[in-house]
Design a protein around this ligand. Structure first.
Ligand SMILES: Nc1ncnc2c1ncn2[C@@H]1O[C@H](COP(=O)(O)OP(=O)(O)OP(=O)(O)O)[C@@H](O)[C@H]1O
Ligand SMILES: [Mg+2]
Length: 453
C-alpha cells in the first residue's frame, strides 16, 4: 500500500485509518505492509523482503509474517470498501480448494482486495526470484476462485467499492456519488453515517434519572459541543461513549459499531479509535511530560526509541509545550497539563477525541489558547470531536452543532443559528452569558507559550 496518500485525510479519517477500521472488523490481527519508518506510528508494519518489486513483494512478505491460514489483503486507496464486503469475501474463502479468492469486478481482478492462503508465499517467492512481479500470473499458476461482478452484485454489493482514489477531488466525487440516492450501495457508506450516536439513551443512578431519552449524533469530522448546567450528565454521556458506563436502555454507536453490549475486549479496541481528554488531565504524575505522551506509542509497540522521541517532540510542539518535555506534570499549570493531555490523546492516533471541560479552571487567556488549539486540531487533523463545556465562547468557536442537556432531557440539538431561535428559556440564558468579548478585555496580549499548530 506504501504510497503517501495513505496518511492523507480526505475529509475524515485518513485512508489508512479507514482501511484499518474496516479490516479490523473482520480480521483478528492487521498489519500495514510498507516502509517501517513511514508507518510504524500507525500499527504493526511488515516490510518487503524483495524490495522494489511492487505489490507482489508486499503480499509475499505479509504471508511470510502471518501465522494464520487465511489472509485478507486490502489496499488503502479503496475508501468505499466496507466491512460487510470483507466479511463476505472471507466467507467465500472457506473452500479449501482455492488458495486465492479474488473479486473480478470493475474492469478486472482486484488482487489488493483479496484473500490469500499462507501457502501462496512459496509461489510468490519463486515468482519474485524469477523476476516475474505480476500478481495476475499467480492466479494462472495456483487454484484461484474469481468472484464475478454478477456474483458480487447478487450478494448485494456494488462494484464501486473497488474504486480507488488518488486525490482529494477524486475522493469527494466518489463520496458524492455514493451519497446520492441512486448511488447508494449496501451498507458501504460510512462517510454519511454518524461516527458517534446516542439512540434514545436512558441512564439513572438509583432513583435519580440523569439522562432521559437522549438522542444525538456526531458525523465524521464534525465537532459537537455538549452544554448544560453542572451535574446534568455531560461527563456521564462521555463516559458512556468510552464504555466506562452503560446506558439502562437505548443504544450507543461509536466508530460505526453498536457498542452498547460490548465487553472489555471490544471496548479496548474502540478506545484505540476514540480517546478522551479528562477534566483533570489524568496524567501519570511519576512520568515526565515526554514519557506521558510516549505512553500510548509504547503501548502500541513496533517503534524504535528514536522514532518515539521524534513523534513525542512533534506532538509537544504542536500543542506548544515542547520546552516542558522533561518536567513532571506537578510542575505544570492546569492549562499546560491539559495541553499535555491533548498531546497524549493525539499520540494514540485517534479518529475522535472527547474533551471534558477543556477550559475550566484556567485563566481566560489560557482558555482562549486551548480553544484555538482544539480548533486547529479539528481543522488540521479532521478529528471528530465532542467538547463538553459551560463556556459559550468556546462552544461558538468550535461547534458545528450543539447539544443542550437540561433536567435529563436533550432540549436542543442543532446549529448555533438554530439555537438562537430556540424558545427554551434556559437555552436563551446560556446564549446571553456569551457576552464576554475576549479581545475587548485582553487586547492583543498573549502568553509566551502560545500553542503552535
Ligand atoms: N458513578 C456514579 N454513581 C452515581 N452517581 C453518579 C455517578 N457518576 C455521576 N453521577 C451523578 O450523575 C450526575 C451527572 O454527573 P456528571 O458528572 O455527568 O455531570 P456534569 O454534567 O458533567 O457536571 P459538571 O459540569 O459539574 O462536570 C451527577 O448528579 C453525579 O453525581
Ligand atoms: Mg462533568
Amino acid at each position: 500500500m506504501g504510497s503517501d496518500k495513505a496518511v492523507l485525510s480526505f475529509g475524515g479519517p485518513t485512508l489508512l485509518a479507514r482501511a484499518q477500521q474496516v479490516a479490523q472488523t473482520v480480521a483478528a490481527k492487521t498489519y500495514i505492509v510498507g516502509p517501517r519508518e513511514k508507518y510504524a506510528a500507525y500499527g504493526e508494519v511488515v516490510q518487503d523482503i524483495y524490495t522494489g518489486c511492487g505489490p507482489l513483494a508486499g503480499i509475499h512478505a505479509a504471508l511470510k509474517a502471518t501465522t494464520t491460514d487465511l489472509n485478507l489483503f486490502l489496499s488503502v486507496d479503496m475508501p468505499l470498501m466496507t466491512s460487510d464486503f470483507l466479511s463476505w469475501i472471507v466467507g467465500q474463502a472457506g473452500d479449501k480448494d482455492s488458495l486465492i479468492v479474488v473479486p473480478d469486478a470493475l474492469g478486472g481482478p482486484q488482487p489488493l482486495c483479496a484473500v490469500y492462503r499462507r501457502q501462496v508465499a512459496a509461489a510468490a517467492e519463486a515468482a519474485l526470484k524469477a523476476g516475474d512481479y505480476k500478481i495476475g500470473h499467480l492466479f494462472d499458476k495456483l487454484p484461484t476462485r474469481f468472484l464475478s461482478e454478477a456474483e458480487i452484485r447478487d450478494a448485494g454489493f456494488s462494484p464501486e467499492i473497488f474504486r480507488n482514489v488518488n486525490t482529494a477531488e477524486e475522493y469527494q466525487s466518489l463520496v458524492r456519488a455514493q451519497t446520492s440516492p441512486e448511488g447508494k450501495g449496501k451498507g458501504n457508506n460510512h462517510q454519511s453515517q454518524p461516527y458517534i450516536e446516542f439512540q434514545r439513551v436512558h441512564k439513572a443512578f438509583g432513583s435519580k434519572v440523569i439522562l432521559d431519552d437522549v438522542s444525538f449524533d456526531v458525523l465524521p469530522g464534525e465537532t459537537v459541543c455538549i452544554l448544560g448546567r453542572s451535574g446534568v450528565g455531560k461527563s456521564v454521556s462521555l463516559h458512556q461513549i468510552m464504555g466506562f458506563l452503560k446506558p439502562d436502555s437505548g443504544r450507543i454507536w461509536v466508530a460505526y459499531e453498536d457498542i452498547t453490549d460490548y465487553g472489555e475486549e471490544d471496548l479496548q479496541r474502540i478506545r484505540k479509535k476514540v480517546t478522551m481528554v479528562f477534566q483533570n488531565g489524568a496524567l501519570f504524575d511519576s512520568l515526565t511530560v515526554g514519557e506521558n505522551v510516549a505512553f500510548p506509542l509504547r503501548e502500541r509497540g513496533g517503534l524504535e526509541e528514536a522514532q518515539i522521541y521524534q513523534i513525542v517532540d512533534g506532538l509537544l510542539d504542536m500543542v506548544g509545550v515542547r520546552e516542558f518535555r522533561d518536567l513532571i506534570p506537578s510542575d505544570l499549570s492546569t492549562g499546560m497539563k491539559r495541553s499535555v493531555a491533548i498531546a497524549r490523546a493525539l499520540a494514540a492516533q485517534p479518529d475522535a477525541v472527547l474533551y471534558d471541560e477543556p477550559t475550566t479552571m484556567v485563566d481566560p487567556l489560557m482558555a482562549h489558547l486551548l480553544g484555538d488549539l482544539i480548533k486547529k486540531l479539528k481543522q488540521q487533523l479532521k478529528l471528530t470531536s465532542i467538547v463538553v463545556t459551560h463556556d459559550m465562547a468556546l462552544a461558538k468557536k468550535l461547534a458545528d452543532r450543539l447539544l443542550f442537556l437540561h433536567e435529563a432531557r436533550a432540549i436542543f440539538f442543532g446549529t448555533f443559528a438554530e439555537m438562537a431561535k430556540s424558545n427554551e428559556p434556559i437555552v436563551q440564558e446560556f446564549l446571553q452569558l456569551d457576552s464576554m468579548d475576549f479581545e475587548h478585555y485582553f487586547g492583543a496580549q498573549r502568553p509566551a507559550h502560545e500553542p503552535r499548530v
